[in-house]
Design a protein around this ligand. Structure first.
Ligand SMILES: Nc1ncnc2c1ncn2[C@@H]1O[C@H](COP(=O)(O)OP(=O)(O)OP(=O)(O)O)[C@@H](O)[C@H]1O
Length: 348
């Protein structure tokens, strides 16, 4: 899809993408703390740098501070202490509309009484942009998400995926340097989720702005992000590329949260992570009892319990399970190659 020169018009003067247009949306959190009245520290001395033009996923369990971090960036919350920079400008204290950010919410609810075009043009209307200009820019944004032919429709006449694209156009119409997405895919069915996910990634790459996407889903973060930030209790537990964070977890929390790993305590008390697909049944090793065998479509997932109630999983191909069948209740031993162990910080 060729749209970058059309998008240049969105801003009037500054093309947001073109051969010479640099990526935008470099973000820096410098020692940012957010303490809510009543004492809850939602974000705790956060230092985070996000490169311009990158897709970042904030990931972590409920209550770890993801949404607060996003809202601090959007200007819907203000830090108790610390600074937030967007493309080198300190944005703390600026109102949301003047930050260069745009937010796409979990419930992407469009205004039901406004046409698609007026929904997309809405924020420009709020900023006092004249009708002809805001409609032209709304059409550009709709063309970007391939929804311009639906401009006259009402939201109720669109499918869920189409509404999602209109919501994206509505967020992009102000030509933000960074797009903030709060669980944007959670309302979609799995098929649509996969499709919209691919589209988000493509839009981000083509626009060369940063996307900061909050999600509970490890799969979503691994599939989308250039940079994954795993949060825990208001702090960063680990950050890196999806490969780094999945394949080289630094802590038991990271290994367990990212999934696909077993955490074993070795005889000397050291903790290691081993991927479930690299953990094997063997004649000797970690004792465990099979608790379940599930078909996963691409193979089988065997769940097991260790002597102390620890939970393990072994991912097997169909051929491997048929070659050595196991069933719930079977006592087994687990082993792994030394090369597949990942030492974890902290001991047992
Ligand atoms: N307005 C508020 N007043 C008081 N405490 C708040 C407020 N908003 C969030 N918190 C607290 O701050 C912490 C972080 O909340 P936040 O919504 O950022 O987490 P989250 O990681 O986005 O969680 P979830 O995945 O459940 O949405 C939680 O302990 C929450 O209860």
């Amino acid at each position: 899809m060729e749209f970058h020169w059309e998008i240049a018009d969105l801003h009037g003067t500054v093309p947001i993408r073109g051969p010479a247009a640099p990526a935008r949306g470099a973000i820096e959190f410098a020692a940012v703390t957010k303490r809510f009245p009543g004492g809850a520290i939602a974000v705790d001395a956060l230092d985070l740098r996000i490169r311009a033009g990158s897709y970042v996923c904030l990931l972590g369990p409920s209550g770890c501070g993801k949404t607060t971090t996003l809202r601090l960036l959007a200007g819907h919350e203000h830090p108790t202490t610390g600074d937030i920079l967007l493309d080198d400008a300190n944005i703390v204290g600026l109102p949301p509309a003047r930050r260069g950010t745009a937010m796409m919410f979990q419930s992407y609810a469009l205004f039901p009484h406004l046409s698609v075009l007026d929904n997309v043009a809405f924020s420009l209307r709020m900023r006092g942009t004249g009708k002809a200009d805001r409609h032209a820019r709304a059409h550009d944004a709709l063309r970007l998400v391939e929804m311009d032919t639906y401009a006259a429709r009402m939201p109720a006449q669109l499918s869920g995926g189409q509404q999602q694209r209109v919501a994206l156009a509505r967020a992009l119409v102000t030509n933000p340097a960074t797009l903030l997405l709060d669980e944007p895919l959670s309302a979609l069915d799995p098929f649509l989720r996969g499709r919209v996910r691919a589209e988000l990634k493509r839009f981000q790459r083509e626009l060369q702005i940063s996307f900061v996407h909050v999600t509970h889903s490890q799969d979503e973060a691994l599939a989308l992000a250039d940079h994954v930030v795993l949060m825990r209790a208001g702090r960063i537990e680990q950050q890196g590329t999806p490969e780094e964070i999945f394949d080289r977890p630094r802590t038991a929390f990271a290994a367990r949260f990212m999934g696909g790993h077993n955490v074993f305590t070795l005889g000397d008390g050291r903790l290691v992570a081993v991927r479930s697909d690299r953990t094997q049944f063997a004649a000797a090793g970690q004792p465990a009892t099979v608790t379940g065998v599930e078909y996963t479509g691409t193979g089988f997932g065997v769940t097991l319990a260790g002597p102390g109630g620890e939970e393990f999983t072994v991912a097997l191909t169909e051929a491997a399970l048929h070659a050595r069948p196991v069933a719930p209740g079977d006592p087994v031993h687990l082993a792994w190659d030394e090369a597949d162990t990942r030492p974890l910080e902290g001991g047992a």
